[in-house]
Design a protein around this ligand. Structure first.
Ligand SMILES: Nc1ncnc2c1ncn2[C@@H]1O[C@H](COP(=O)(O)OP(=O)(O)OP(=O)(O)O)[C@@H](O)[C@H]1O
Length: 614
């Protein structure tokens, strides 16, 4: 059998370094077992009780064999005395047999009921902790990779863990205790017959140990390789549009095919010898072999008068039961190993960094924004470098700069997608990290590159931050965002649920997002203009919607068009994370990046004018 990953090996929670674990199956196996212990702690007491009851039920498994031997004795006595068997003793033996059978079933049922209850409790507990953890995570953490991890943790991994909690403790305990109890009873019947029942096992165990060596490490490696296959598959499917458009299907498919081929090679190299060894060892404990050993030598012993025929039959039957228990132990160890990888993923999600909540929350005393020597890094990448900038209340600030210069990062720090590493972001004189989330999002609304519409009705999507909004309020916001007329053309109007079958253009989705920001009526708006103009047909409508949105608010807009920059109260130019110029249009017209932007737009203007003339 494989080395059993004992649940009690480690008692502390792991702090897995994902990279080390992926490259070291041994460390991953150890961390997986520790993760299981950590996750199961809330139901550890219930699982112990389940194991105890299952163990007691397993001990009662010897009852039929005791009854068999006892009946043998009664019959033998009757036969040797030439009288009828003692009916009273036979009835008593049968009654005891039925009684212990019922008790055994009851204990087993109770054990399973308790572990199933523990399973339901643990499932709810883990899901609750995941929801809690992601609720406290900085918004910047929700990349597509992390969202995939959350989905896998909630859907697949909790399922793997919970199946294990419901069944494995009861079945494994029974599979360990029952053969031990049976063996003990066989030794009580006669020590030589007892040894016969396990005569084939040393060879079986040696072969199994040889073929299952490194089983837990290989299982951890299998999980890593499978994850790699899934990742290349997801990569292939999610990028299929671009891949097809650029005629690179073969190349992208190659990555997936290579990962799948590598997995298949690894799996075959591992399992073929394993199965051969397993088949060989199983044949050693096959029923004919066991019967031959136990009945053969047993008959010789009975012939010598050492034991009775009933003793031999009882011990031979015991010998037949033992291999099945060993198989159950093997299967449940394998499940423990798989569950270890799942537990590890769940813990990694639970260890999501959270934004600290303020002990004494404060309300902003105005709607101006101030960045004071703010720096922020994504790991090694310094995205915002010592930026100081004032945005007076009721003004519009346009943020411009080359791609990757840190505009989105700086803007989202206002909405506390993350906290700066150094420096402070204040609204109305109060640091954003000193506000509760409710207060912050009452003051700051944002329309970002991805409209992030949810799988719910259009009405609920618009009323997301104001769930008690009336339909009139929702429609008013939608009218201001120039989307009301379109929604009314849909068969279900505002009750239309946005799912994969809803055909919204990018511009329509954007305007619903604008309506969502409008209904909050927040005095501060963070706006990424990038996608607002991806839909040329509705560009003017979106522009009008945006005009509604920005009126009278403090606006920070990540601008991409000189037209919207020119109208701003101030323009802030970013390059490589640093703020390199701030001023009105005429004040910074000589700034190289801004001047280049103006020249480019003038050339575009000339081109479109020339096109029109032609
Ligand atoms: N989630 C992230 N993880 C790691 N690095 C990131 C992440 N988001 C942005 N970066 C990096 O931080 C730097 C600033 O990125 P940011 O998106 O803020 O720039 P930007 O000026 O808004 O770019 P764009 O105009 O292309 O959206 C870039 O080097 C970018 O690669």
């Amino acid at each position: 059998m494989s080395t059993a990953p004992s649940l009690s090996d480690t008692t502390t929670a792991p702090s897995p370094d994902a990279v080390t674990l992926e490259s070291d199956p041994r460390a991953k196996d150890r961390a997986g077992r520790a993760a299981m212990t950590e996750l199961m702690r809330p139901v550890a007491g219930m699982l112990r009780l389940g194991r105890l009851l299952s163990g007691a039920s397993a001990v009662l498994a010897i009852a039929p064999y005791v009854a068999l031997v006892r009946l043998g004795e009664i019959l033998l006595r009757a036969w040797s005395s030439g009288s009828a068997p003692d009916a009273g003793q036979v009835t008593l033996t049968v009654n005891v047999l039925i009684g212990t059978f019922c008790a055994r079933l009851t204990l087993y049922f109770l054990a399973l009921a308790i572990t199933h209850f523990a399973d339901a409790k643990l499932g709810a507990h883990i899901r609750g902790r995941i929801v809690d953890a992601i609720g406290r995570a900085p918004l910047a953490w929700f990349t597509s990779t992390n969202s995939g991890r959350i989905r896998k943790a909630i859907q697949d991994d909790t399922h793997t863990v919970h199946t294990l909690v419901a069944h494995a403790p009861v079945e494994t305990t029974s599979a360990v205790v029952m053969p031990l109890a049976l063996l003990a009873y066989a030794l009580v019947i006669d020590w030589r017959l007892g040894l016969l029942t396990i005569a084939a096992f040393p060879l079986y165990a040696a072969l199994q140990a040889w073929s299952m060596r490194d089983m837990n490490i290989k299982t951890a490696e299998m999980d890593t390789r499978l994850a790699r296959v899934s990742a290349t598959m997801v990569e292939f499917v999610s990028g299929i549009t671009v891949v097809k458009a650029f005629g690179r299907v073969g190349h992208a498919h190659d990555n997936y095919a290579k990962a799948a081929r590598e997995f298949s090679d690894f799996y075959l190299a591992w399992t073929v010898p394993l199965l051969k060894g397993s088949a060989l060892s199983s044949s050693i404990v096959a029923p004919p072999v066991l019967l031959l050993i136990n009945l053969g030598f047993g008959s010789l012993m009975a012939g010598a008068g050492w034991v009775s025929a009933a003793d031999v039959i009882a011990c031979a039957l015991i010998a037949l039961v033992l291999p099945a228990s060993i198989e159950v132990i093997g299967h449940s160890q394998w499940s423990y190993q798989l569950a270890g990888a799942s537990a590890l993923r769940i813990l990694q999600v639970l260890e999501t960094p959270s934004l600290p909540t303020p002990p004494h929350p404060a309300e902003p005393q105005g709607n101006d924004i101030r960045f004071d020597h703010v720096s922020f890094s994504y790991g090694e990448t310094l995205a915002v470098d010592d930026v100081s900038l004032d945005l007076p209340a009721g003004t519009t600030t346009a943020l411009i700069g080359p791609s990757g210069s840190g505009k989105s990062t700086l803007a989202t720090l206002v909405a506390r997608f993350a906290d700066p590493d150094r420096g402070t972001v204040t609204i109305g004189g109060v640091e954003v990290r000193k506000m509760t989330t409710e207060v912050l999002y009452r003051h700051v609304a944002f329309v970002l590159q991805d409209p992030q519409l949810l799988r719910m009705s259009i009405r609920d999507n618009i009323a997301l931050a104001k769930p008690l909004a009336t339909l009139d309020e929702v429609r008013e916001a939608a009218r201001a965002a120039m989307i009301d007329d379109f929604v009314l053309t849909l068969p279900n109007g505002y009750d239309t649920v946005l799912d994969d079958d809803t055909d919204l253009s990018g511009g329509q989705a954007q305007r619903i997002a604008i309506a969502r920001a409008l209904i909050v009526d927040a005095p501060i708006l963070v706006l990424d203009e990038a996608t607002a103009f991806t839909d040329p047909e509705s560009e003017s409508e979106i522009q009008r919607a945006l005009n509604q949105l920005v009126a009278g608010r403090t606006v920070l807009v990540i601008a991409h068009r000189p037209a919207s920059v020119k109208g701003a109260d101030q323009i802030a130019v970013m390059e490589r994370g640093r703020l390199v110029a701030v001023g009105r249009h005429d004040e910074i017209a000589d700034q190289p990046y801004y001047a280049g932007l103006l020249r480019a737009s003038a050339t575009d203007g000339d081109r479109s004018a020339a096109t029109k003339e032609n």
